[in-house]
Design a protein around this ligand. Structure first.
Ligand SMILES: *[C@@H]1O[C@H](CO)[C@@H](O)[C@H](O)[C@H]1NC(C)=O
Ligand SMILES: *[C@@H]1O[C@H](CO)[C@@H](O)[C@H](O)[C@H]1NC(C)=O
Ligand SMILES: *[C@@H]1O[C@H](CO)[C@@H](O)[C@H](O)[C@H]1NC(C)=O
Ligand SMILES: *[C@@H]1O[C@H](CO)[C@@H](O)[C@H](O)[C@H]1NC(C)=O
Ligand SMILES: *[C@@H]1O[C@H](CO)[C@@H](O)[C@H](O)[C@H]1NC(C)=O
Length: 444
């Protein structure tokens, strides 16, 4: 028998002696009992399974299995943009596992992750569209607002452990334990702990991808990305029409196609170099770090690119003062970073988080993307570009003429062209770990 509360409204006109009516009376009694009596039970596991099964039945909302008025609360999400996206997705997938709605969390506008008071919380809906998220993710995960809570103190606390002893298995066991029906009596399960979603990974890549797909930037930020992208295309058009007018003897024919550009996520700043050299030693690999020279050579060897073409360099701010990154590019490759593009003022208005969100968007929309397979930023850009390719129905995403290609400049290739390695995300991978924290597997 289906215990959905709405189904039972139909039974109200039935004979008092009918089985259905008796059932309804029992249900109402059970409901009164559970709502009036249960809050006085304290501690975990103090609720007998048969009562909570009825609560469970009454709570089931839509087909997705998400329970009505049952929530998960999580601490502020921290670190860089991409770590925040991953942690947010994990919070969503935790809520999904428990069939609960995730209370809209705070993100962090700044990167000062070691100084908690500098973490500058920023509401999720100041960065991503809230309603849009819920409509795109309908049936998968849902976000709720704190105003939907009927009782803010009706909370069970889920304290996540930390440190070496807190293994992936223990983390998962705990999530399973809190998914048990016996927690249905609590309106909210509150996750506490130090950055509880940064480390442990329990879900396949496709689940993360499903959440990322629902993250749409608010107009205020995507308009800024539009401005940067149009500036890049405008410069590209100027150069290509100069070439055309030379070739056509003066007639300038503006093409209708938006002007192409390449985005290169260039990781060569000092902190990264120190980090990647250490990683190379630790993993016994020699292909994590790439020098500026190596990156320029790889980009030059990409086949099938019509030159001249703008190469947008997504670089750390510390490199903006270093004009040498703009020098040494081969003919027809026109390097620009935000300073030379004249868009620095667009970025400067915003916090660290928004600045990276704009850069991310510029890389996402590039006709060609070239990144480092050991960077989380690059990896997530490639994941979204792979989804984009799948959506337009690319059957041979690794072929040289596929749209939206991505490349990894740090991987050595055997091919004679010595170009960069083609790169796409393996959507059947069983964990995000395999693709997001550094890998030499590029699935092409
Ligand atoms: C849920 O918790 C109850 C009571 O603690 C226990 O008897 C039951 O086995 C648990 N169910 C699952 C699926 O773990
Ligand atoms: C969540 O809902 C699904 C579908 O209704 C159900 O199969 C699953 O057992 C539920 N899980 C929990 C933890 O309630
Ligand atoms: C809210 O929940 C707490 C804890 O379960 C309970 O003690 C309190 O009576 C509830 N308040 C209301 C108004 O239901
Ligand atoms: C993708 O991942 C699945 C699961 O780990 C694996 O079986 C498959 O070989 C991978 N495909 C490629 C192209 O790497
Ligand atoms: C990737 O790294 C592993 C070691 O972790 C190495 O054995 C393998 O050859 C590398 N693959 C490629 C394509 O370089």
């Amino acid at each position: 028998m289906d215990l959905s509360p709405y189904k039972h409204l139909r039974f109200l006109g039935l004979n008092v002696n009918s089985a259905a009516f008796k059932c309804l009376v029992l249900l109402v009694a059970a409901f009164v009992f559970t709502t009036v009596m249960l809050p006085s039970f304290s501690g975990f596991g103090g609720i007998a399974p048969h009562k909570s099964a009825i609560v469970h039945g009454l709570l089931m909302g839509s087909d997705s299995g998400i329970k009505k008025r049952r929530f998960i609360e999580v601490p502020q999400i921290v670190w860089g943009l991409n770590n925040q996206k991953i942690a947010f997705a994990r919070a969503c997938l935790t809520a999904r596992m428990m069939n609960r709605t995730l209370l809209m969390p705070s993100l962090s506008a700044s990167l000062f992750y070691k100084e908690v008071d500098l973490l500058k919380p920023i509401s999720f809906d100041k960065v991503f569209k809230f309603e849009k998220f819920n409509s795109l993710c309908d049936g998968f995960v849902q976000l709720g607002r704190y105003s939907e809570l009927s009782n803010r103190s009706d909370v069970a606390v889920l304290e996540k452990g930390t440190g070496r002893k807190w293994t992936n298995e223990r983390d998962l066991d705990q999530l399973r334990q809190f998914s048990n029906d016996s927690y249905d009596a609590y309106e909210t399960i509150k996750v506490v702990g130090k950055n509880p979603f940064l480390w442990h990974d329990h879900w396949p890549v496709s689940d993360y991808a499903r959440v990322f797909e629902c993250l749409v930037l608010v107009d205020e930020i995507s308009n800024e990305a539009d401005r940067v992208v149009s500036r890049i295309r405008e410069i590209g058009r100027r150069f290509s029409s100069e070439v055309e007018s030379l070739q056509n003897g003066g007639s300038t024919e503006s093409s209708v196609e938006p002007v192409s550009y390449i985005a290169v996520h260039m990781r060569i700043e000092k902190d990264w170099m120190i980090h990647c050299k250490k990683q190379e030693q630790r993993l016994h690999l020699s292909e994590i770090c790439s020098s500026k020279q190596e990156i320029m050579e790889k980009v030059d060897r990409i086949v099938g690119i019509k030159r001249p073409i703008v190469v947008y360099l997504a670089v750390a701010d510390s490199l903006l003062e270093d004009t040498s990154i703009l020098e040494g590019w081969k003919e027809g490759l026109l390097p620009f970073e935000k300073k030379k593009l004249g868009v620095e003022e667009i970025y400067k208005k915003h916090s660290y988080l928004i600045q990276s969100a704009i850069d991310y968007e510029v890389c996402l929309r590039a006709n060609v993307f070239v990144g480092n397979s050991f960077s989380t930023f690059s990896s997530l850009v490639v994941l979204e570009r792979t989804q984009k390719m799948i959506r337009i129905g690319t059957s041979t995403p690794c072929s040289s003429n596929a749209r939206w290609p991505s490349y990894a400049y740090n991987i050595r290739t055997d091919s004679r062209s010595k170009g960069p390695q083609r790169w796409m995300t393996n959507m059947s991978d069983t964990s995000l770990l395999a693709i997001s924290y550094g890998s030499n597997h590029t699935s092409c």
